[in-house]
Write a new protein. Structure first.
Length: 300
């Protein structure tokens, strides 16, 4: 497997996981910039709120992961801040990021639903790229498989019964790459969001793209959760499955209600004071005014 440390500069170690996360943020932000401009919003505003969204998104994602794996972290509290070793739960990241965006837009008097849509377009791309870090850290994998795309997992990174090397030898056992499944499905989600936002713009309200994203992610997460073991469960069902099903059902209900009642700002309606999304047509030069005065017949 790949060494998780990409580069050492004296005492400083640059981890591949960190590079993956930084790349995810950069490319997602670039996509968000393009979407903000297309929607007639100032991209600089998006960059200004990005730091807050990232900080609280990472904080929420880490809290979710630590709760999920509390049996491990309860005896190793010193590992909780070590985000570079992996361990970010996307459901927690979504909650943290959305909360930060809500507060920021309210304080700055910005259209909250429109900016939620802009960030929602960018998030799946960030997820797809960021999941590559899970491959380096040998995490987010499923049960053993004989499929040709199965990946090896070192004994030190295995959990549960898969630590028994007599039954699951390192040399021959391969596992489902759940991180790759989620990355591919995230790209599919991105394609759906782009298609909906372009082809159905005349039918949408601001905030609909976020709801569609949450519904798509709910389906993806619920499906992938069936591969995972040692989950954080409620009533015998993985918590992520509860959240995924809830996101899909409540999201669908919200879409139906807001379109039935006409609740929301039209998606393609420019906001007062927003930047123009398309350059305006140059106006025709004004015709010179006709001179109705009568010239002198003859200078005397």
């Amino acid at each position: 497997m790949i060494d998780p440390i990409a580069l050492r500069i004296g005492p400083l170690a640059v981890h591949w996981y960190g590079i993956a996360i930084a790349s995810a943020v950069l490319f997602a932000a670039m996509l968000g910039t393009a979407e903000a401009r297309r929607r007639g919003e100032d991209p600089e505003v998006g960059w200004s709120m990005l730091l807050w969204v990232l900080v609280f998104g990472v904080l929420g994602a880490r809290i979710y992961h630590v709760i999920h794996e509390w049996g491990f972290y309860s005896t190793r509290l010193d590992l909780i801040p070590q985000v570079w070793n992996g361990g970010l739960g996307i459901p927690g990241g979504i909650v943290g990021g959305v909360a930060a965006l809500l507060v920021y837009t309210r304080v700055k008097h910005l259209p909250t639903a429109r900016w939620l849509d802009i960030f929602a377009i960018a998030v799946p791309l960030g997820q797809a790229i960021g999941r590559l870090g899970n491959f380096v850290n040998q995490e987010l994998y499923g049960p053993p498989t004989t499929l040709p795309w199965g990946i090896p997992i070192d004994a030190a990174h295995r959990i549960g019964e898969w630590t028994d090397l007599s039954r699951f030898p390192e040399a021959t056992t391969r596992f489902h790459p759940l991180f790759a499944y989620e990355a591919l499905l995230s790209l599919a989600t991105l394609g759906i969001l782009i298609w909906v936002s372009r082809r159905l713009a005349h039918r949408l309200y601001d905030g609909d793209i976020l709801i569609v994203y949450l519904m798509c992610y709910g389906v993806v997460r619920s499906a992938l959760e069936t591969f995972r073991v040692e989950n954080w469960v409620i009533a015998g069902i993985p918590t992520a499955t509860w959240l995924g099903i809830s996101a899909f059902v409540l999201g669908g209900l919200a879409l139906w209600l807001r379109h039935r009642t006409g609740w929301g700002t039209p998606f393609d309606q420019p906001r007062a004071g927003a930047l123009p999304s398309e350059p305006s047509e140059p106006s025709e030069p004004a015709e010179p005014a006709a001179d109705d005065s009568t010239p002198d017949a003859e200078a005397g």
